[in-house]
Design a protein around this ligand. Structure first.
Ligand code: HEC
Ligand code: HEC
Ligand code: HEC
Ligand code: HEC
Ligand code: HEC
Length: 217
């Protein structure tokens, strides 16, 4: 035997077999972790927009409310994006020659909507409604994160069925007073949130649906 295999062959054998063994375990494990990470679910991936619109400057610096621009959010299923006229209400007077706003001016004078890229989306077979949430104590930040501090908007939630159902089963963990819906700094300590959440759920008679046909119509 000893003449066929040199002494180090034994350790090489163990090294190789443990590497293979490790691979068998770690490849599926790695994949299982990967499909659950933001890399595969698109969370936190920003999309390229036709104009470098920055929420921080408009919401934080200029104090414009979410509903001023996304004015359908409390009235319709879609939150909607602002029409160019609304941008020009300000940018027809300030920064009127700034190159960074060239595309906004073109859109306005040529009457072509700005082709904003979608950031969040659910598949067509899912029914989602903004007004059903924002008028019932669910704030923008619960689903979109702190948009006021995003240079470029990115999705913060997976928007999967489990994600919807997690909140539908325990809405008190997220409910807030109706006058704080667009507040990006609403963040009471967990126990305080539960107390307020339960109170709002009782007052408004909140009971989110978990039956299939509520979301798949
Ligand atoms: C001055 C107008 C303006 C204000 C104020 C504003 N937004 Fe926006 N918002 C936009 C525009 C324009 C876009 C499209 C470009 C982009 O994605 O940045 C957008 C995009 C978004 C998107 C991504 C839309 C998608 O495709 O999924 C979310 C979410 C959003 N805004 C939430 C908010 C929230 C929450 C607030 C308040 C904290 C807010 N916005 C305030 C103009 C505004
Ligand atoms: C209520 C007024 C107001 C409205 C409405 C408004 N803006 Fe602005 N915008 C400003 C001000 C003020 C600035 C100057 C930047 C700052 O505050 O630091 C600015 C800056 C910008 C800039 C320069 C980059 C940056 O963020 O600093 C871009 C691009 C821009 N706005 C795009 C838009 C678009 C697109 C819309 C429409 C969806 C829009 N703005 C609507 C007031 C407004
Ligand atoms: C319960 C979760 C939830 C809340 C609360 C919520 N959104 Fe959304 N938002 C979504 C989902 C899901 C989508 C994707 C909808 C689709 O694909 O039809 C979306 C899409 C959007 C879009 C893209 C355009 C559109 O209408 O589809 C904007 C802009 C937006 N939300 C802004 C807001 C603002 C502003 C608020 C608060 C006033 C808000 N959202 C509250 C979940 C939410
Ligand atoms: C953070 C909490 C939260 C999340 C996340 C959430 N919901 Fe809801 N949902 C609610 C609450 C609260 C209500 C209101 C229940 C009521 O009015 O009694 C509601 C109501 C609804 C309704 C009933 C609307 C109607 O007109 O009767 C539908 C449909 C719905 N949600 C779909 C969704 C879908 C789809 C998602 C995921 C993409 C989602 N929700 C994510 C809290 C949430
Ligand atoms: C609160 C809203 C909500 C309810 C209630 C709900 N779904 Fe869904 N469902 C969703 C959303 C959102 C998606 C899209 C998920 C995604 O893209 O990952 C989805 C996706 C699906 C899919 C596609 C496969 C998949 O996993 O992506 C099937 C099948 C489905 N749902 C069946 C059901 C059945 C059966 C029920 C009742 C037991 C149900 N759903 C209840 C929101 C809901």
């Amino acid at each position: 035997m000893s003449s066929i295999y040199p002494p180090w062959a034994n350790s090489l054998f163990w090294l190789l077999s443990s590497a293979v063994g490790l691979g068998i375990v770690s490849i599926p494990l790695g994949l299982m972790i990967y499909v659950r990470t933001p890399y595969s679910t698109n969370v936190r991936k920003a999309v390229e927009q036709p104009i470098q619109f920055d929420h921080r400057h408009h919401v934080l610096d200029d104090g414009i409310d979410c509903l001023f621009c996304h004015h359908l959010a409390d009235r319709s299923d879609q939150a909607g994006l602002p029409p160019t006229d609304l941008c020009m209400g300000c940018h027809g007077q300030i920064w009127i020659e700034a190159p960074i706003l060239q595309t906004v001016r073109e859109s306005f004078f040529e009457d072509i909507p700005i082709p904003w890229e979608r950031v969040n989306g659910v598949p067509d077979f899912v029914f989602f409604s903004h007004k059903a949430h924002v008028n019932r104590g669910v704030g923008c930040a619960s689903c979109h994160g702190n948009v006021a501090e995003m240079a470029v908007v990115y999705p913060v939630a997976s928007l999967t069925m489990d994600w919807c159902l997690d909140c539908h089963r325990e809405p008190e963990r997220h409910l807030r007073p109706l006058d704080r819906i667009t507040d990006m700094n609403w963040n009471p300590p967990p126990l305080e949130q539960l107390r307020i959440g339960r109170e709002i759920a009782r007052e408004l008679g909140i009971s989110p649906p978990t039956t299939c046909t509520a979301c798949h119509r």
